[in-house]
Design a binder for this molecule. Structure first.
Ligand SMILES: [Zn+2]
Length: 123
């Protein structure tokens, strides 16, 4: 994945993060300073911010925020966009729809089948 693409997906992740941050009160949200184009934030600082945010959210939302955190960490490691199960590249259209995707479509289906879940349409 090119640097430009990574920045693009990072922006998508931050937009998503901001959407969750909007669910805590404004004062807290502005203290966290998560802005759409603030990709200058050091990733370590961002990680702390996300952890703090997750604590303030409901269980369900804090899980989604944790997924964003994981995706940003994978971006740091350079493994973002690769399936954590088989190592293949995840289709970019899938990442556009689900920027936190950990698996490619095939593995997602396999993982869900193993869990015996019928989740929505897999991309
Ligand atoms: Zn896979």
């Amino acid at each position: 994945m090119t640097f430009k693409k990574r920045q693009h997906f990072k922006k998508l992740l931050l937009v998503e993060l901001r959407r969750h941050a909007a669910h805590i009160n404004e004062e807290q949200a502005s203290a966290l300073e998560i802005t759409n184009d603030d990709v200058k934030n050091s990733d370590l600082a961002l990680h702390d911010v996300i952890q703090e945010l997750a604590l303030k959210l409901s269980d369900n939302e804090s899980k989604m925020v944790a997924d964003i955190d994981q995706a940003l960490l994978r971006m740091e490691e350079g493994s973002y966009g690769m399936c954590v199960r088989c190592g293949r590249e995840i289709d970019e259209r899938r990442l556009e729809a689900v920027p936190t995707a950990r698996y490619d479509a095939a593995c997602q289906a396999a993982v869900e089948a193993a869990k015996g879940q019928t989740a929505g349409p897999s991309l």
